[in-house]
Write a protein that binds this ligand. Structure first.
Ligand code: FAD
Length: 319
């Protein structure tokens, strides 16, 4: 059975849900082999939950400086693992860091890079959303070991009780000439809302929300549904909501079970980041807004009337 390397996304103590999705995707091609990059002891903390989600081996690439640099330690670790184990493919989450790590790895290996996969079959054919969501294509790397970035939310995590074999990768020292050292980290958003790319429900607000105060309506609906809050670029550029919550071509990509767009017109660059969501609901006061053509459920109306009613209804059904 061939094996497939999976780069583990984690915060040091907890594996991010997108990694469990990668492990499920990897099983279509072979035995998932998790690569954990972190400070000493990280792989031991995460090993059990990786094994429970299908990893048959866990490669620990640990060093005290691994958490001090952006992506380079991950690229070093994946390159080592590829050269030592000749996998059938390498899977990485299509997050900001994941995309950069995958591109650097593919360049180092002179390998094919397939980005933004939303599906994957056992012969290695990948379904991708390309050109800002204008086309869905099926592609296969014909050169080298394919490096594939997978859109968070595209696969369902699976539980596969079992043991994982532990292996050690000895990381080379980080080259400061080609590596960016992290000097500060953005504080995690307050509260216990799920992360945007982790959430099964995302409620996003656009320019139609009208301001920072207007976003309270978006947050209240997201909280009632246990979801994350997103924003269009117009809302972010206007200062209504922080940039880290932007959804779209130049923001985050989400494939939520439920995506609710409030006061968003549906520009192609926004759709690029959310149109693979399973169910899309749009509230817009303009019946001609393009997002209404994409949505599974459209409400033509004022979001300040519709969203609070939705929040109330959801809250009432919960009690
Ligand atoms: P608008 O287009 O202004 O739409 C606001 C909508 O709100 C309208 O449809 C209006 O009818 C509705 N509305 C107003 N008031 C109400 C109300 N009270 N109730 C209900 N509806 C109401 N955009 C992104 O989102 N993400 C990206 O990553 C992104 N990347 C880009 C990259 C490039 C290179 C470029 C050129 C653009 C990018 N954009 C991106 C911008 C994109 O083209 C649009 O400008 C942006 O998505 C528009 O945001 P919006 O829908 O919130 O605003």
């Amino acid at each position: 059975m061939p094996h497939v390397l999976v780069l583990v996304d984690h915060d040091g103590d907890r594996v991010n849900k997108s990694t469990y999705e990668l492990l499920a995707a990897a099983r279509r091609l072979g035995d998932p082999a998790a690569v954990v990059v972190g400070t000493p002891g990280t792989a031991a903390r995460l090993g059990r939950s990786l094994a429970r989600h299908g990893a048959t081996s866990v490669h620990a690439a640990e060093s005290t400086e691994a958490a001090e640099f952006l992506v380079t330690p991950a690229v070093d670790a994946l390159e080592l693992a590829v050269r030592e184990t000749s996998p059938a493919a390498v899977l990485v989450s299509a997050t900001t860091d994941g995309r950069e790590a995958a591109a650097r790895l593919a360049a180092r290996l002179d390998a094919g890079l397939l980005i933004d996969a939303v599906d994957l079959d056992s012969s290695g054919v990948v379904t991708q959303i390309v050109f800002g969501g204008s086309y869905t294509v099926r592609s296969q790397a014909t050169h080298g070991i394919p490096v594939i970035t997978v859109r968070p939310g595209a696969f369902e995590p699976e539980e596969h009780p079992g043991e994982a074999v532990e292996r050690t990768l000895t990381l080379p020292g980080v080259d400061p000439g080609t590596s960016a050292r992290i000097t500060a980290r953005r504080a995690a958003p307050a509260g216990d809302r799920p992360g945007l790319t982790e959430a099964t429900v995302v409620v996003s607000g656009g320019r139609g929300v009208g301001g920072t105060d207007g976003f309270k309506v978006v947050e209240e609906l997201a909280d009632a549904l246990g979801g994350a809050v997103g924003a269009s670029r117009a809302a972010v550029d206007a200062g209504y909501y922080p940039h880290q919550f932007q959804v779209g071509q130049t923001g985050k990509s989400v494939s939520a079970q439920l995506y609710i767009a409030l006061g968003i017109s549906g520009a192609i660059q926004h759709l690029a980041g959310m149109q693979t969501s399973k169910t899309i609901v749009a509230v817009n006061k303009d019946p001609e807004a393009p997002i209404l053509d994409l949505a599974d459920y459209s409400v033509v109306g004022d979001l300040f009337e519709v969203a609070p009613q939705l929040t109330q209804e959801v809250a009432a059904r919960r009690t």
